[in-house]
Design a protein around this ligand. Sequence first.
Ligand code: SAM
Length: 288
Amino acid sequence: MATLGNKRNTTDIIQKHQFDFRKKFGQNFLIDKGILEKIIESANITPDDCILEIGPGIGTMTQRLAEEAGEVVAVEIDKNLIPILDETLADYDNVTIINEDILKVDINRIVDEHGGKPIKVVANLPYYITTPIIMSLFEKHVPLHSVTIMVQKEVADRMKVGPGTKDYGALSLAVQYYAKPEIVARVPAECFMPRPNVDSAVIRLIRYEEPPVMADDEEWLFAVVRASFNQRRKTLANGLANAGNLAVSRQQVEETLAKMGLPITVRGEALTLEQFSELSNRLLRKRM
Ligand code: SAM
């Protein structure tokens, strides 16, 4: 039976193993049972599911995931947590712990080794690498059903917002290209040990089966998007013309914007995902 998700049992196991929190690994363990259950419920887990958990910590969420899912694979970077996980997960025979850096493991291979079906990612993510983790899941085309994650509140907002807002940027566009984002809970800092300096949110990303927008070349689309937001205070034409990796001229960008009926002074934050897709398709054809 799940034993964690509260302050007392978390403190007990940490003291028993003389575990020292490592800030560099973004270690803030969940100590709120209500939020834990909210995450589990939002992830819609069935006994047929294979779950990938990123950063299991002491196993708080892992225990509950193992009770709901057919299989759980948890990737944890900190070797000092492995003896703790061995103890807290001793009663579960459907959990595999991999002591690796999630940014270095081949997630597609893990999925293949565990049945090859689309997986559900469920995690309280280490905040220092939230964006690279999400981007790599999507860009590497990991077979995903959904991603239910705890992230910094501001990052959840960035994933969700549309054009014309200050938080809108490359992360919003990447997430919304692949998935439908939905914020399912706001989580105050006191729900973690140690207490972080920021509030958090649980966000669920449901992968599109039929994406609403399909670029001719995804890699090129995101190169254009990144360059468009690289220099936020400059115009989009400046950002693209100055990005050495794109090799497009200012004239090519300005002609394309004019064809799309957009002013040459437009900024990246004004364009919708559909407009970015059209812009990137047109620029790609111009380069050929
Ligand atoms: N899931 C636990 C919980 O909710 O209490 C811990 C969450 S804590 C915010 C993030 C976890 O990710 C820590 O256990 C940390 O050691 C782990 N972690 C940090 N960087 C990682 C990486 N690159 N790869 C895998 N795990 C990582």
